[in-house]
Every structure is written in structure tokens, then in C-alpha cells.
Design a protein around this ligand. Structure first.
Ligand SMILES: [Zn+2]
Length: 211
């Protein structure tokens, strides 16, 4: 059984959403400067790197990230590998896919994953994402968690419909996965977001274990 770490490394170089501020990691104290211990501090948005979106992200008054169902975040998952020429994940991609019946968690590996290994540091507005009809079809098929390999589940020019469709249905969205090493197929997903009170998202450690 092989374990795949599909988490992006958080660093000051990590690409962030255009409206977001870069990650800042500073030293509160350093042994080399006479302190008794090394202690660091991090400042970043809750949608940094590999992270989950909570319903509150696009729906005021909806549940915040600490209330996400831990049972949805862990369990059997299917990784669907889409060819590099797919620009937008549509209903047809889901209909013609090999996603097995009763799959609750789907992770989409697209050409986005190349960006996590090719050293790109600039935000790519042409990332591959899902349109809202694809999102609706996944819900209809009983999917409860949707993972993508760039910073947004929805197209850059049209972020609301896909997010609202998924979040209104209580679907957990996982963004910023690095699926570059992972082949299409079944795995067990462990996605553990930080338990932060009252916020719309949280960075997560995500791994896949081969089954
Ligand atoms: Zn997000």
C-alpha cells in the first residue's frame, strides 16, 4: 500500500489567489540569537495551499469550517484523471467518466497538477475547474466531497455558481491538491483541515492511501 502526500507545502513562495496576501513566516525567537527555543509565526489566508471551503465561504449564515463532517473528509475516494487538453470540467466529462457508482469523494487530476511540479510561482487564471452543471451532476450522483488540483473549484471568471451549487448541497470542497504523482483509481482519502472557529475555510493535510 502506497501513501501519497497530495498536500502543497506552505511557504512564502506558494502561489496565492490574486486578492490574497502572500504567506508570511517570521521568527518570534531564535536559539542562534540567544533564545531558549526556535519559535515561528505564520500569517496567511485560510484559503492558502491545500485547503477546504466551508459553506460559509459563499453563503452567509451557513456552517463554518469547524463544523464540517469529519466522516466526509475521510474515506474511499476516486481520482479521475482528465487529459491535459481539458480546459473546463463539464457535465459531459462526468457522464463519460469512469467514476464508479456510489462514489462519495471525487478528486480531479488535470493539467493543473503540472504547475505544482514545474516550479511555476505565478497565479494561473486559466486553471481547469468545474462548471456548475458538472457540480450539479456530481451532487445528483451522490458525491459528497469534490477535490481539485488548483486553488479554485470554479472557473476564475465565474466563481459563484459552482461554489454555491456545491456548498448549498453540503458538499465539502477541497482545493489546491497536488495530484501529479497519483494515477486514476480508488484510494482512501484522509483530509484533515485545521479546526478554526467561525471561518470559511482552513488549510488541510491531505493524503491518499492506495487500496
Ligand atoms: Zn477556497
Amino acid at each position: 500500500m502506497r501513501t501519497y502526500d497530495i498536500t502543497l507545502t506552505i511557504s512564502e513562495e506558494l502561489v496565492v489567489w490574486p486578492d490574497d496576501k502572500p504567506v508570511s513566516i517570521t521568527a518570534d525567537s531564535r536559539i542562534s540569537e540567544g533564545a531558549i527555543a526556535n519559535v515561528s509565526r505564520i500569517k496567511m489566508g485560510v484559503h492558502t495551499g491545500t485547503h477546504v471551503d466551508a459553506p460559509f465561504h459563499f453563503i452567509d449564515g451557513a456552517p463554518t469550517v469547524e463544523h464540517l463532517d469529519i466522516d466526509l473528509l475521510t474515506g474511499r475516494a476516486y481520482v479521475l484523471h482528465l487529459p491535459d487538453d481539458v480546459d473546463l470540467i463539464t457535465k459531459a466529462h462526468i457522464e463519460n467518466s469512469t467514476i464508479p457508482p456510489r462514489t462519495k469523494r471525487v478528486l480531479f487530476r488535470t493539467r493543473n497538477s503540472h504547475r505544482w511540479v514545474d516550479g511555476s510561482r505565478e497565479f494561473d487564471p486559466n486553471y481547469v475547474a468545474l462548471d456548475h452543471e458538472a457540480a450539479a451532476l456530481l451532487i445528483q450522483r451522490g458525491v459528497k466531497l469534490v477535490g481539485v488540483d488548483y486553488l479554485g473549484v470554479a472557473p476564475f471568471e465565474d466563481v459563484i455558481p459552482t461554489h454555491v451549487t456545491l456548498l448549498e448541497a453540503g458538499i465539502v470542497i477541497v482545493e489546491g491538491l497536488n495530484l501529479s504523482e497519483v494515477s486514476q483509481g480508488r484510494y482512501t482519502l484522509y483530509c484533515l483541515p485545521l479546526k478554526i472557529a467561525g471561518v470559511d475555510g482552513a488549510p488541510a493535510r491531505a493524503i491518499l492511501v492506495g487500496v
